[in-house]
Structures are given as C-alpha cells and as structure tokens.
Design a protein around this ligand. Structure first.
Ligand SMILES: NC(=O)c1ccc[n+]([C@@H]2O[C@H](COP(=O)([O-])OP(=O)(O)OC[C@H]3O[C@@H](n4cnc5c(N)ncnc54)[C@H](O)[C@@H]3O)[C@@H](O)[C@H]2O)c1
Length: 272
C-alpha cells in the first residue's frame, strides 16, 4: 500500500518511533495523520509540525473507550481510517521480581491496546472492504529480551495478535504488518541497563525504523524487520531451538560478567 492520500492513525506518537512514523506518513503524502498519545502536549507538538495534514488526539491505549473515541475522531475528520498503527508500548525491567501491577500494566498497554484498537477500527474497515493495521511489536516478540520477562511475554503476545488478525481478516481486505525492531534510539533505550547498552550498539534511528515500515507496507509484508539480522536470529531459533536457548544463556552470562567487571558490553557478539 502507498500511504499517499490515506487517513492514518498512530498511537504513542508523541515521541520516538510513533512521531517518526507520523512525520514520514505526512512526507509520503498522507491526507490526514492523527497523532495520538497519552501525553497530549507531545501529540500536539508533533501534529503542529505536520501542518494541515496533522491533528492531535489524547488517548491512553490501555483504556478501551479512549480507543473508541480515537477511531471516531479520525472518522469524523478523515471520513474513514485507512491505516491504524498500534505503536504505543512500554517496558519495565526485571524478571520474577517484577510486581503484579507492573505485569498488569504491561499486559494492558502492550497487548489489550491491540485488541481494543482492532475492535474499534476493524468493523469500519470491513464495511469498506479494506484497511491496514500496523503493530509495533519488537524483536523481543520473536526472540526474547533478556532483561525484561514482561516485555518478552507481552511482545510475543502482540506478534500472536497480529498473526491472528492477519489470518482471520486477510481475505476480507484487512492487511496487517508486524514491526519487530531491535534497538531504536528513543527514550525507551536506557543506557544504565547493560542489555540496553548492548542494543544501543546496533541501534538505528526512529526515522530509519519509520523508513522500514514504509518499505514493508509498500510490499504489504507481514513481518517488517528494520534490523535484517533479526531474520537470521529468528531462523537460527526455528532451525535449532535448543542451540538458540544455549546461545542466549551464554549471552546473558557474558553480559552479567561484563557488568560485574564494569566493562563495556561492546565486544559481545550475538552468537545465539
Ligand atoms: N526503542 C526501541 O529500542 C524499541 C525496539 C523495539 C520495539 N519498540 C517498540 O516501539 C514502540 C514505540 O516505542 P519508542 O521506542 O518510540 O518509545 P518512546 O518511549 O520513545 O515513545 C513511546 C510513546 O508512547 C506513549 N505512551 C506510553 N504509554 C502510553 C499509553 N498507555 N497510551 C498512549 N500512549 C502511550 C508515550 O507517551 C510516548 O510518547 C513500542 O511499542 C516499543 O515497545 C521500541
């Protein structure tokens, strides 16, 4: 799909990848870009920079009524929704010690938001016989994120949701892309975390990630991988799951040792 003349909605668009997607959609000639974020002033700033093509919306994606309102506002201004990008996402570090509240928040923002968005927008898309859903999941959704159990689990769930939507509605004109980047230079990368520092070494800019999304949408690809090495890691995983798990265990050990020695994780190679 070409986004020229399309009506596009992006959640979590006040900064980072979402803001870059909005700028790129506008540059590609989208008719209307609805810049939605929980942080209303950030959404307004991004929308203002798009001129007459951009409008701002305040929506917490963990709240179903907010998503219903977002879709209604987009239809009111644009007549319909061609592309809905479920991009907003959060992370908490930690494993078993993460609190139940943190797990619940991750589930609500990273997973239920995708369900709420699909429920709100798919009926309108089905009426028109076409529509495009873009999910920003993560490489953690096909591989894992060593430093965050809840991120790994919820991003796997997001990939599963995107797969299911594509299988269920693909023949009715609904296209789905699932974007699975490794590190992207946004506020989400926390350099005090050794795993994030490692991700930062291979990080791309948010604008580069947005460019990959445009390319992937042009080809209507289900899996959009802004870092091509993710495909290689994913293949290794499916070819020999046990070897991949052992490789990840080895990487964790190296990262932990490097942290203990207070060394840079720079020389590490992903051999997973
Ligand atoms: N940065 C990375 O390295 C990276 C890698 C892979 C995937 N991702 C995914 O990309 C997406 C965007 O992340 P980013 O790196 O741009 O992060 P970011 O923190 O820079 O931006 C996230 C935006 O989402 C908004 N947001 C947070 N919770 C929200 C909520 N409940 N409702 C509405 N908006 C909310 C924030 O206000 C912020 O503007 C996320 O889904 C993230 O998991 C990021």
């Amino acid at each position: 799909m070409e986004v020229k003349d399309k009506v596009v909605v992006v959640t979590g668009a006040g900064r980072g990848i979402g803001a870059a997607l909005c700028r790129r959609f506008a540059a590609e000639g989208a008719r209307l870009v609805v810049v939605s974020d929980r942080d209303e002033s950030a959404a307004r700033e991004v929308a203002a920079a798009l001129g007459s093509r951009g409008i701002a919306n305040c929506c917490d994606v963990a709240i179903e009524q907010d998503l219903q309102r977002l879709v209604a506002q987009a239809i009111q201004h644009g007549g319909h929704v061609d592309v809905f990008c479920s991009n907003a996402g959060i992370t908490f570090k930690g494993g078993l010690e993460s609190s139940n509240d943190e797990w619940q928040r991750m589930w609500d923002v990273n997973v239920m938001s995708r369900l709420f968005a699909a429920r709100a927008v798919i009926p309108h898309m089905l009426e028109r016989g076409e529509g495009y859903l873009v999910h920003t999941a993560s490489a953690a959704g096909v591989l894992t994120e060593i430093g965050s159990a809840s991120y790994s689990v919820t991003k796997h769930a997001d990939v599963a949701m995107a797969e299911w939507l594509s299988v269920r509605y693909g023949r009715q004109g609904i296209r789905v892309s699932c974007v699975c980047p490794l590190g992207v230079e946004t506020d989400m990368l926390d350099d005090s975390d050794p795993i994030h520092r490692y991700l930062h070494l291979h990080a791309i800019s948010a604008d580069e990630a947005a460019g990959s999304v445009i390319e992937g949408m042009r080809k209507e690809q289900f899996l959009i991988l802004p870092h091509p090495e993710v495909l290689e890691f994913f293949r290794l995983k499916t070819e020999d799951y046990d070897r991949w798990v052992r490789g990840m265990q080895r990487m964790l050990q190296k990262l932990t040792r490097a942290e203990q020695k207070n060394e840079s994780a720079a020389p590490l190679k992903s051999d997973g």
